[in-house]
Design a protein around this ligand. Structure first.
Ligand code: 6PG
Length: 229
């Protein structure tokens, strides 16, 4: 695990976008067939996606997918997929695969279908990079404290209910996240300081991410790191 403290949220966005761009280009030049990029949701990664859209990157080899999604229509302003489309994939020739949504579909069905799609994407190789955020309560993707998805040991993608609000989410599980080659956490702001401190001690859902082969990097700003000694 590596922790990198940047001066500002912009510093986090620039560092992560250039690191991801570099990894994609390196894989492209090495002739690798597909680069699998898992995307974080929420508000923090949007600046990184806008930075990434401005880089010179071999997007044709990239298949991106969502580490989690809210159970909302695809054009909802709360959709992580819509945010990733508008801030990045509307501007670059890469592929973004989003979970299905319809009024007469159960979230479990959508999660299972997306899980199968992700299984097929990773038949020959694991995810190259997954970007993740951190909630004030220590959740990441939609793996919330006290939620059933934390105990999932088989399925790669499931629907999950946020215990506090009853809201339904779709989320990657540890069985998928922990197969990744690299995981980059993006964390900014003082409001995340307590959750970051607890995550460094492995006491949160986010702090439990990372398999034996996974390189985990935390890219945080000074405010988020304010409780770390
Ligand atoms: C989501 C996310 C979630 C997010 C954290 C942090 O759908 O909300 O995927 O895990 O990363 O809640 O969110 P902010 O970046 O908005 O603080």
């Amino acid at each position: 695990m590596e922790l990198v403290v940047h001066d500002s949220p912009t510093g986090v966005a620039r560092a992560v976008s250039s690191s991801v761009s570099h990894m994609i280009n390196e894989a492209a030049y090495a002739g690798e067939h597909t680069f699998s990029l898992g995307l974080a949701g929420g508000s923090t990664p949007e600046a990184t996606y806008r930075e990434l859209a401005a880089t010179s990157t071999e997007w044709r080899k990239v298949t991106a997918w969502l580490a989690d999604e809210r159970w909302v229509p695809p054009d909802s302003p709360r959709s992580n997929g819509l945010m990733a489309e508008q801030s990045l994939f509307a501007h670059v020739p890469g592929k973004l695969v989003r979970p299905e949504y319809s009024n007469d579909m159960a979230p479990e069905q959508s999660a299972a279908a997306y899980g199968r799609l992700l299984r097929d994407i990773h038949l020959d190789s694991p995810p190259d990079v997954i970007l993740l955020g951190l909630g004030n309560d220590g959740h990441t993707a939609s793996l919330f404290p006290g939620s059933s998805a934390l105990d999932e040991t088989r399925h790669r993608y499931v629907s999950n209910v946020i215990p506090k609000t009853g809201e339904v989410r779709l989320t990657a599980t540890y069985p998928l996240l922990n197969t990744a080659r690299r995981i980059l956490f993006l964390v900014v702001g003082e409001a995340k300081a307590a959750a970051l401190e607890a995550s460094m001690a492995g006491e949160t859902p986010a702090g439990r991410v990372g398999g034996s082969e996974t390189k985990v990097e935390w890219h945080v700003d000074r405010d988020a790191a304010s409780r770390l000694s």
